[in-house]
Design a protein around this ligand. Structure first.
Ligand SMILES: Nc1ncnc2c1ncn2[C@@H]1O[C@H](COP(=O)(O)OP(=O)(O)OP(=O)(O)O)[C@@H](O)[C@H]1O
Length: 722
């Protein structure tokens, strides 16, 4: 068959598949409309539940069917023999069956699709041919074949790229500013990561551009497909380095038909806080250290005091007294509980003692009921409440942390350095967030007003009543109403699993993916682990890129205390051209000699350095960003140089670096991102690891602009003066 005939053949098949997609979509739309029409007719509560669940399923299915329009079918595998007797499967973003229930398109995540990704010339996994279909809209514009003919195998074939032509075509495209899915060109080593089982913790270590992020996101889609029952209810959390990064990756999962995933960063993991400020390296180091957990416990203990002597409270004409020993005993009893629970016990003991003393001074009889009443009256007295608050206040995590860092004595009592001192109203930093989480654990439930408590109780009772009615009507009396209420709550239309999970600090996820995981401090890991007691996690990162002083130098250092983990390595760089990676490899050798640089699959222009002076710098930069190119440019510099470069390139200062043709970023903000062209300013002022991150962001061109001496690590660059 000649290429044109091949394309025509595949076009017929692809048209058939789109036709099928349209049919399924129409049927689902009709079913949804019918469900909604039934809703308008009212009905019992049971009917309402059933309608809500059915409509929810249709809506989810429709979203998925709409998401797969682009590139519905991208591959074909021929198994067995090359003649007509072999089996042929078409691989796509979604599985489709015809009216006879025969599979016409295999979901890329299904076991049957595995050989499409796993086959290599030396281990063809039963394939005789793998074909990549290139499509534009619904039209097939090309096919790329790999024929696995063992008789023709040569040594050069060992480790071939999967669908090399399709992969290289995908890599040549200009960056859109958003990460896209790569279902059509997943490589074998990435496929191993994606399909690794749900159980336990998988660490994926790989150099820049090796597809760690993209593989982790495809893994999320794979896990949601394969373990839907387990994961849909509990949800999947993806933790990235910052909000820009979340924006950068947010389209990948929806394009794969998955929307029930929470994207967050460490600074956002405590609901109600969205921290973006960062501490100085010294402070970040202290806050990220595991010893901070003990310090926080001491800080809480410091808020549970007793007076030096007896407690004396002037009330009306009396001086009520609680002996020191009684105060100490009350504290000992209460301190066995979380702080806010303990406060109630402490207050109760003190109020009892005060009521007894009051009765004694007034010569009142020692009557239990009277004492109980007196205790309640005393609790309403502002002076009594103030005295108890001063000894053992009800605390929110915000109060505990803000008041700790604003007070020299409290810092000292917790065994902490004065370097942490700051005003009480200082903005939250990313490294405060794990401390807020720690505080929430130590304090227990936040003090709620009586009205809030009653409202929550009432809402819960109503839910259970409703659940009981539904269960009776449906004859499912054997299910506990409370469990049903939970279940209904989990799947109800009032919010997706993802939105409810994101708002709930105590939410336990089915799986957690941590990206740029090398940046998390030991305290941040403690917080993440609380979200996933099963330790079903995917941890992706690069120890060669660790920038945070509190980040990981080895994976064991961070994870050994929690879980036995397994590791996969990614070794091929799909982003950075070889010419740039050769220079980066010199940097890596200096900063992390134990890490192997990844092997680049693409080629580009040799990177070069420009020597500037303070007076030539504005012209050099203006020139570099003005050069017409068809891609997006990032100018990356240090925190210290940011303001100066921003003044020279005001058009590059943007809140939206992903959509801007030229964006100015600090190294930290450029983590995980990529651009067609990168200009690195002041490399001589960057730490080695920062330099490694900055120069590996480019997909095509890299220019390094220095005023001082070019760092020796960058000796591989071609230089020029300006
Ligand atoms: N199999 C693939 N097919 C096509 N493109 C790919 C493939 N794997 C990775 N890429 C592309 O390579 C680029 C780098 O991928 P990604 O950002 O996931 O790498 P990373 O390992 O997370 O990098 P870094 O550590 O620098 O953040 C992305 O543009 C991604 O789409």
């Amino acid at each position: 068959m000649n290429p044109r005939q091949d394309i025509q053949l595949e076009q017929d098949r692809v048209s058939l598949l789109y036709h099928r997609l349209d049919t399924v979509r129409e049927r689902t739309e009709k079913a949804l409309a019918a469900e909604q029409a039934r809703g308008e007719a009212g009905g019992t509560r049971q009917a309402r539940v059933e309608r809500e669940v059915a409509a929810g399923e249709h809506i989810r299915r429709l979203a998925q069917l709409n998401a797969v329009e682009r590139g519905l079918c991208f591959g074909r595998i021929d198994l067995g023999r090359m003649d007509e007797s072999g089996e042929t499967l078409y691989i796509g973003r979604i599985g489709l069956r015809n009216d006879d229930h025969e599979t016409v398109l295999v979901d890329w995540r299904a076991p049957a699709a595995r050989p499409f990704y796993a086959a290599t010339p030396s281990a063809p996994a039963g394939l005789v041919r793998r074909r990549h279909l290139r499509t534009r809209g619904r039209t097939v514009i090309g096919v790329d074949d790999e024929v696995f003919d063992l008789t023709r195998m040569s040594d050069g074939d060992r480790n071939a790229l999967v669908g090399e032509a399709a992969l290289l075509a995908a890599l040549q495209r200009g960056r859109t500013g958003r990460m896209g899915d790569v279902v059509a060109t997943i490589q074998t080593e990435q496929d191993r990561v994606i399909r690794s089982g749900l159980h336990g913790t998988l660490v994926v270590q790989g150099g820049p551009g090796t597809g760690k992020t993209v593989a982790a996101l495809h893994r999320a889609a794979y896990l949601l497909y394969t373990y839907r029952d387990t994961l849909q209810r509990r949800g999947v959390l993806v933790v990235g380095p910052n909000a820009i990064f979340s924006c950068y990756i947010e389209q990948v999962l929806p394009s794969l038909g998955e929307t029930d995933v929470v994207l967050s960063s460490v600074g956002e993991l405590f609901p109600g806080v969205a921290a973006t400020h960062v501490d100085t390296p010294n402070v970040a180091l202290i806050k990220g250290d595991l010893r901070m957990a003990e310090a926080m416990a001491s800080a809480v203990a410091d808020r549970q005091r007793v007076p030096d002597g007896d407690l004396e409270i002037e009330l009306d004409a009396l001086t009520l007294v609680v002996p020191h020993a009684v105060c100490v005993k009350a504290r000992k009893r209460a301190a066995r509980h979380l702080h806010n629970v303990g406060r109630k016990l402490f207050a109760l003991d003190l109020l009892r003692a005060l009521a007894r003393d009051e009765a004694r001074q007034l010569d009142a009889p020692d009557d239990k009921e009277d004492l109980e009443y007196a205790r309640k009256v005393l609790w309403q007295e502002p002076v009594v409440r103030a005295a108890i608050d001063a000894l053992w206040p009800a605390l929110t995590p915000y109060q505990l942390v803000a008041e700790l860092f604003a007070d020299r004595q409290r810092l000292a009592a917790a065994g902490l350095s004065e370097a942490l001192l700051r005003p009480a109203d200082a903005p939250w930093t990313v490294d405060d967030v794990p401390l807020l989480d720690e505080a929430a654990e130590l304090l227990g439930q936040e003090p709620q007003s009586r009205a809030q408590r009653l409202a929550a109780q009432r809402a819960r009772q109503e839910e259970e009543l409703y659940a009981r009615e539904v269960l009776t009507i449906t004859g499912q009396d054997d299910i506990e109403a409370a469990a049903f209420a939970d279940w209904h709550n989990d799947r109800g239309p009032d919010g997706t699993t993802a939105s409810r999970a994101a708002a709930d600090r105590g939410w336990i996820y089915g799986h957690v993916i941590v990206d740029e995981a090398q940046e998390l401090s030991a305290m941040a890991w403690r917080m993440v682990m609380r979200r996933v007691p099963t330790r079903s996690m995917t941890v992706v990162g690069d120890l060669g890129q660790t920038g945070s002083p509190a980040g990981a130098r080895s994976w064991g250092e961070m994870l050994d205390g929690y879980v036995e983990w397994r590791e996969e390595r990614l070794t091929v760089n799909y982003r950075t051209p070889k010419e740039i990676m050769d220079v980066a490899a010199d940097v890596l050798r200096e900063v992390a000699p134990d890490q192997e640089p990844p092997r680049s699959v693409r080629h580009g222009e040799p990177p070069h350095a420009i020597q500037a002076t303070p007076s030539t710098l504005p012209g050099v930069l203006a020139n570099l960003v003005a050069t017409p190119g068809d891609g997006r440019i990032a100018v990356i510099t240090t925190d210290a140089r940011y303001a100066e470069v921003a003044a020279l390139l005001p058009e590059a200062v943007t809140l939206d670096p992903l959509d801007s043709p030229v964006a100015l970023l600090t190294v930290t903000r450029s983590k995980g991102l990529e651009f067609d062209e990168v200009v690195v300013v002041a490399p001589e002022e960057m730490a080695g690891r920062e330099l490694y991150v900055a120069i590996t962001r480019a997909t095509r061109r890299l220019t390094v602009v220095h005023e001082g001496e070019l760092p020796a690590m960058l000796r591989g660059l071609l230089g020029e003066s300006n």
